[in-house]
Structure formats: C-alpha cells, structure tokens
Design a protein around this ligand. Structure first.
Ligand code: SF4
Length: 352
C-alpha cells in the first residue's frame, strides 16, 4: 500500500500491520508532511484547541540503577539533590497557580524514597494531592507489585514507567541488570490499582525502524492512556556519550504515527529534548500535551537535557502559554483536564 492509502486506512480505523507502520515511519518529504498533517487534523478533531500542560518536578536525582544512556546513572559522578516534602509541595503549588494541569513527580530510583514500599514517595504524593489539589503523575521508576495499590490510594492519578524499547536485546544493553518483564508489568500493575499509565520509547538508541514500529504497536495495545517518543540525547560521563546525536525527525514521525493509530491517547511534546524551540514541530506532528515545564531558578533539573532552557525561564509556564497562544492553541483549564482524567479512569480495569 502507498503511504496515502495507509493514512486512509488509519483514518477509517482499519487494522494497520507492522509493515504499514514501518512504511509510515519511513515516509520522507511530501509523504512525511502528509502523515503529520493527517495526525494534526486527527488531534484537532479529538481535542479541539485544548492542549494539556504538565509541570515537571524532578525531586531526587539519586538512583540505584546504572542505565547506559542516563546522566543520573549511579556510577556517574555528579552533584545530586533530593528536595524535601515541603519544597515539593511548594513547587507543585506554584505550578498550579501558574496554570499547570498536572504535576509529574519524578525521581531516579532513590533508595531513600524507595524504602519501605516507597513510603516516603507516597507521603509526598499524598501531601501534594491534599495540599495543592492537582492531578499527580508518579514517576518513581520500577516498584514492587505491592506498592501500587498504596500509591494509587495516596492520590496518584497516573503512573509513568517508560520501557524505552520493546526489543529485549537492546533493552538489556540499555537498562543494565534490569528485568524487561518486571518493567513491562509496571503498567499492568498500575492499571490494576486504578491508575492511568504512561509508556514511552526512546528514539536514536540503536533501534531499527521496525523496532520503533513494534514499540508503537505494543505501547498502544497495552492500553496506556499516554504514550510518548523522545529523541536520545547523548549524556556526558555515560557509556553512550560518544553516540552520534540524532535529529528529531524520527521522533516527529513517531509522534505522528502514534496519533494516527491511537487518536484518543495523550501524546506529549516534551520540552526536555530541544527546549522551547522544539515545541511547534512536536505539536504540528499531532502531540496534545506539553510536558517537562520546569519553574526557573528553583535548582531543578530536566532528564534528557538537564539544564536546557530552565534557568532562562523558557521552560516556565508563562513562556509556554505565550507560545501556545501564538500557535492558535490554548492550555486546558484544570477543570477540563480533570474531566478527561475522570473519563479515562472510568475505563481503567480495577484490580481486586
Ligand atoms: S533512567 Fe532512571 S532508573 Fe535509569 S539510571 Fe536514569 S534515573 Fe536511574
């Protein structure tokens, strides 16, 4: 089938096989633009002019793992920080006041926060929920199965855990000494506990186009309400620091294809890869959520780009809202966002 025919099939909700997904991801020039245009129109049909905006609070950069691609791997020598619960609540409150819909509470697998079934992290989630009253995404890395129900009861609306790739060999080279199936189960356990889930893949880590197609189909089939693609950025001090940096082209095609295949999912445009400069291209590819908004001057880091556009304020809520306005879009109100969350939650299977 031609790219045009595959787009037509996707719009008619016909089943798209992996060969067709590879063809969409491989489209170039005018065909690539047609894929993005169809994705953009699909996003607008599903979500109108509303864009969801997420704040990012990377509250602990300590980690017990040694992922080959990550700046915060335990063997990289760097100055780390862990924010107090009071600081996290205050940061979340200021994000909400500025117009953010959700606060993403992210950490490395910090042994202090993970101890005793993630009790300290859970206490932070509970306090943010009670004192700030905002939607919360918990991004603590991988947890034991028994920790999910308490995390949900503490108030986490979402649980995010990125597989990065569904190619098991590649996974073993990236997430060193971590179990593929345990990480995959995170999404299932979170759903069984009543939370919405986010999965993600990284682009430019040595995967093939077919690997990317497979990851997209698998993330979608898993039922995650939010799915993402992010370009790998080589990090200093890691075994992959010498890897050539990719352009964002493959990420943009992945965003567009995810939108065409899974029209109702939330798909982020992350500021963590190219900062504010990459916002328009990601929204033009069909994204409907802006993630990684970080308040300036708070000594907070990003993940893929640990400093990019943070202290100059370009990743602040104010700056992002101005950009949205210039693009004819608007940030959703918290009421609109919470309504979407409630609808999605009503469809999540609750475990016993
Ligand atoms: S990707 Fe996450 S789990 Fe892996 S080293 Fe980095 S912070 Fe730790």
């Amino acid at each position: 089938m031609s790219v045009e025919d595959i787009i037509g099939s996707a719009l008619l909700k016909e089943r798209i096989g992996i060969d067709d997904v590879v063809a969409l991801l491989s489209a170039k020039g005018a065909e690539a633009e047609a894929v993005k245009e169809a994705a953009r129109n699909t996003r607008d049909r599903m979500f109108g002019d509303r864009t969801f905006v997420y704040g990012f609070v990377y509250f602990s950069t300590y980690c017990r793992n040694d992922c080959a691609f990550c700046y915060y791997r335990k063997t990289n020598s760097l100055r780390r920080y862990r924010k107090s619960a009071d600081e996290i609540v205050a940061l979340s409150g200021s994000l909400k006041d500025a117009g953010i819909n959700l606060v993403d509470l992210t950490m490395g697998e910090d042994p202090v926060m993970c101890a005793d079934g993630h009790r300290t992290m859970r206490d932070v989630v509970r306090r943010v929920k009670e004192e700030v009253d905002i939607a919360v995404m918990a991004s603590p890395g991988a947890m034991d199965e028994t920790s999910f129900k308490p995390m949900s009861e503490a108030g986490a609306d979402w649980f995010a855990c990125y597989q990065e790739t569904y190619n098991r060999d590649l996974f073993s080279k990236l997430r060193l000494e971590q179990d593929f199936d345990r990480r995959l189960s995170q999404k299932t356990w979170a759903r069984e506990a009543g939370m919405l889930t986010e999965d993600g893949m990284m682009v430019g880590l040595g995967e093939t186009v077919r690997d990317r197609a497979d990851s997209i189909l698998r993330m979608g089939a898993l039922g995650c309400e939010q799915i993402r693609a992010m370009t790998f950025v080589p990090q200093e001090g890691t075994p992959m620091s010498g890897t050539s940096a990719s352009t964002s082209d493959d990420e943009l095609m992945s965003i567009a294809v995810m939108r065409l295949l899974f029209p109702d999912r939330l798909i982020p445009a992350s500021l963590d890869v190219e900062g504010i400069a990459g916002l328009r291209t990601r929204l033009d590819a069909g994204a409907n959520v802006i993630t990684s908004i970080v308040p300036p001057k708070m000594n907070l880091a990003g993940v893929a780009q640990h400093e990019l556009d943070i202290d100059n304020g370009h990743r602040s809520v104010h700056h992002v809202l101005e950009m949205l306005d210039a693009m004819g879009k608007r940030a959703a109100t918290c009421g609109e966002y919470n309504e979407s969350v409630s609808k999605m939650k009503s469809k999540v299977r609750i475990g016993d």
